[in-house]
Design a protein around this ligand. Structure first.
Ligand code: SF4
Length: 380
């Protein structure tokens, strides 16, 4: 059976803690449906430190992402970075692109031991990004913060949402990722939850084209590329390397570091301590106020079922790539309320498969046939 470098039955590659839902922005895609004020039942500083101490039991160098909302809306965020670092955790953060992301705070984050800062660019210009973020000035503040992070020696990650509203800007955003000297471009394929439900996903054919393009970007860029909620990027990479289709599992490192899906290498703790397989799969497996995060991750039935690729249904269950992909469980849940159903964003149908296809494929929609200008932009 396919084995990853980290045993994801035992520990997640990525543990996200949503410090707060409070945020000054009201972005169109917001999973958290962020609000201006902090929730009165947020995990306290003491409870947060207990969570971090518990997370250290996953093993050396566990990666923790402090997210939100805007994590900077909590006054104890620097204390929490310092504490997590003292516990041996690799602490990273995804602050919002607002005026509170000042150079002084970035310097304090770096001094506290932060290993990486991620900011979001969902448009390549002030006009498109600020429209998406619903906040004038967000683009300039984000760019200034990204440059300040690099000047402080803090590795930078750029996050981008892919949907109909943003797809045309991808080539120009790629250029900004390079210009900003980011180490990683994390490309999130929209899952219709939270405020993101009002946005339009691209269709499976367009997603395929974006992934093929991203694979070329990865091959020609100094920065890394990873997809979020689109694990079939690994299938696309394998099919590119083995076009005759003889290799459904990687003989080398392809996909290993990114070989994660909800509950399988990934866990999300909400601002009030509920534990979800991902931030886009709103089914709780317990609360860290009652049960430790390690216990929930390793033993909760929801998590163990999501790690069993042979339990997948529909074409994902019949797919020869299911061990390296497995589809977005969050998107399957958003469309069917069954986290083990097929991922409707993937256009691949296994050879000989004659079972049901995703219901959404029958929807009549005003969908784009192709993604404009991605390939031509690469050769420019
Ligand atoms: S059918 Fe499912 S498991 Fe196969 S590549 Fe597509 S999303 Fe992945």
């Amino acid at each position: 059976m396919y084995k990853r470098a980290i045993d994801t039955d035992e520990r997640p590659f990525v543990l996200i803690w949503e410090l707060t839902q409070a945020c000054e922005l009201a972005c169109k895609h917001c999973r958290a449906e962020a609000e201006p004020a902090r929730h009165p039942k947020e995990l306290t500083t003491r409870e947060g430190k207990e969570l971090l101490a518990d997370a250290a039991a996953f093993g050396d160098g566990q990666l923790v992402v402090l997210s939100g909302g805007d994590p900077l809306a909590r006054p104890d965020v620097i204390e929490l970075i310092e504490y997590g670092t003292s516990q041996g955790l690799r602490m990273t953060m995804t602050p919002s692109g607002t005026g509170s992301l000042t150079r002084e705070r970035i310097e304090a984050m770096a001094d506290a031991g932060l290993k990486r800062m991620a900011v979001s660019l969902d448009g390549a210009t002030a006009a498109t990004h600020d429209e998406f973020r619903q906040e004038a000035g967000s683009f300039e503040q984000t760019m200034a913060a990204a440059r300040a992070a690099r000047e402080e020696g803090l590795p930078l990650q750029i996050n981008t949402t892919v949907c109909q509203e943003t797809v045309a800007d991808l080539p120009a955003i790629r250029d900004l990722v390079e210009e900003l000297d980011a180490v990683l471009w994390s490309v999130f394929f929209l899952v219709p939850v939270g405020r993101g439900a009002v946005l339009d996903s691209i269709d499976p054919e367009a997603a395929e084209e974006v992934m093929e393009w991203l694979h070329e970007v990865q091959s020609t860029s100094d920065f890394g590329v990873k997809t979020t909620e689109a694990p079939h990027y690994r299938r696309v990479a394998l099919q590119s390397k083995f076009p005759d289709g003889e290799q459904a599992t990687p003989p080398d490192g392809i996909g290993r570091r990114t070989g994660i899906t909800a509950g399988d290498g990934f866990a999300f703790v909400s601002h009030i301590g509920d534990v979800y397989p991902s931030g886009f799969l709103p089914r709780s497996a317990g609360n860290v106020r009652d049960v430790g995060i390690v216990d929930i991750y390793r033993n909760a039935p929801l998590f163990t079922s999501l790690r069993d690729k042979d339990a997948l249904k529909g074409k994902c269950g019949a797919c020869p790539f299911r061990q390296v992909c497995g589809g977005s469980r969050s998107r399957a849940y958003a469309h069917t309320a069954d986290p083990l159903a097929s991922d409707p964003l993937c256009s691949f149908v296994p050879e000989g498969y004659d079972g049901p296809l995703p219901d959404s494929w029958n929807d009549e929609g005003d969908k784009p046939e192709t993604v404009p200008s991605l390939r031509s932009s690469l050769s420019d």
